[in-house]
Design a protein around this ligand. Structure first.
Ligand code: HMG
Ligand code: MG
Length: 312
């Protein structure tokens, strides 16, 4: 399986107060030791649209990259790609939606406008040797348009496929999908696109994120997005809460006998790095672990090795 930790991007893009770049860097460094495969570090979007992530360059420059971990970012256009390439992003994620209304509110263009905008971005990323993910937002429900037709989702997936996108992240932006709806959509998509090119990105507004993830797992989907502590939400999707919590997904999969290779205690430590910065703390999980040890590869449980710090 591939666990994609989106907390630093999807989580922190929705915070009401700015989280200092240094805290983001410590948070990401801590996540790098948790065993997740990929970390979505930030977004190279317009700082006027998402001021919370206006320090994407600083954060990328500050993190200590760990071998084996992919450090990706959200990219809306060519300007964003140039910024991301300058700091050595490992993977590019473009994003559009099935809902025209959501696209206008989120990226100020239509679906077809977004595909046109992505074409040169995807080509340049692939030419540089970078893999490309394409988010398909509002794949089940939209806050403005209601239930989304699965055929329309397939059409967006095919358009992204047509411009060379490697991985499609099927996204329940407002967290309203049910496992039956997940199965219905996957029945359709998997007839056209292999499971290893599909990722799932569930928000947890109605508490169905884990059930939906397990429904996708049963369809052999192995790339799973989550955010530590269920942090997050989209500033342009009213009412949506955070992603399904990484800890919940890990616990559910391990209960099924899947060896995720992810260290829950380290995830909790990483989460604690943010404790004093989240003004409106919407995280769903109990916090434990040691903030002092969060970014330390040698920490064991609650015991500090004192290699990098003299006090805990
Ligand atoms: P626009 O205003 O139409 O863009 O925004 P523009 O091309 O007309 O440019 C306007 C100004 O923005 C210019 O500056 C550009 O330079 C600047 P000015 O000349 O006026 O000073 N600009 C940029 N600056 C820095 N980096 C850039 C960039 N692009 C333009 N890349 C745009 C269009 C797409 C840029 C804007 O709408 C935008 O940034 N939107 C992003 C919104 C966003 O990040 N939403 C949250 C992420 S999506 C999400 O959470 C869903 C997801 O999690 C999956 C799911 O759950 O569904 C992925
Ligand atoms: Mg999201």
């Amino acid at each position: 399986m591939r666990m994609v930790e989106v907390g630093p991007r999807d989580g922190l893009q929705n915070e009401t107060a700015p989280v200092p770049s240094e805290a983001k860097i410590t948070f990401i460094d801590a996540l790098s030791y948790s065993g997740v495969d990929e970390i979505e570090v930030s977004a190279f979007v317009s700082p006027r649209w998402v001021p919370q992530l206006d320090d994407a360059e600083r954060v990328f420059a500050g993190i200590a990259r760990r071998e084996g971990v992919t450090y990706s970012a959200l990219i809306p256009n060519r300007q964003g790609l140039d910024r991301a390439l300058a700091v050595g992003v490992d993977k590019v994620a473009v994003f559009t939606a099935v809902s025209e209304t959501f696209n206008q509110k989120n990226i100020n263009t239509s679906l077809s406008g977004s595909i046109q905008r992505f074409q040169p971005v995807v080509r340049a990323a692939l030419d540089t040797g970078l893999p490309v993910r394409g988010y398909v937002s509002t794949a089940f429900w939209c806050a403005f348009e209601g239930r989304i037709n699965p055929q329309a989702v397939l059409s967006v997936v095919e358009q992204l496929d047509g411009i060379g996108v490697d991985e499609m992240a099927i996204s329940d932006t407002i967290g309203k999908a049910s496992p039956d709806e997940v199965r219905q959509l996957l029945d359709l998509l998997l007839a056209r696109i292999p499971a290893n090119r599909i990722a799932v990105h569930f928000h947890d507004t109605y508490g169905r994120g884990v059930a939906n993830t397990l429904a996708a797992w049963a369809y052999d989907i192995r790339t799973i997005d989550a955010s530590v502590g269920g942090l997050g939400g989209c500033p342009y999707a009213p009412g949506a809460t955070g992603n399904v919590a990484t800890q919940d997904v890990v616990t559910a999969l391990e209960a099924k006998g899947v060896e995720t290779g992810i260290d829950l205690q380290q995830l909790n430590r990483a989460s604690r790095v943010l404790d004093s910065y989240l003004v409106d703390d919407r995280r769903t999980l109990p916090l434990d672990g040691s903030p002092a040890c969060a970014a330390c590869e040698f920490a064991t449980g609650e015991v500090c090795c004192r290699k990098y710090t003299s006090s805990e």
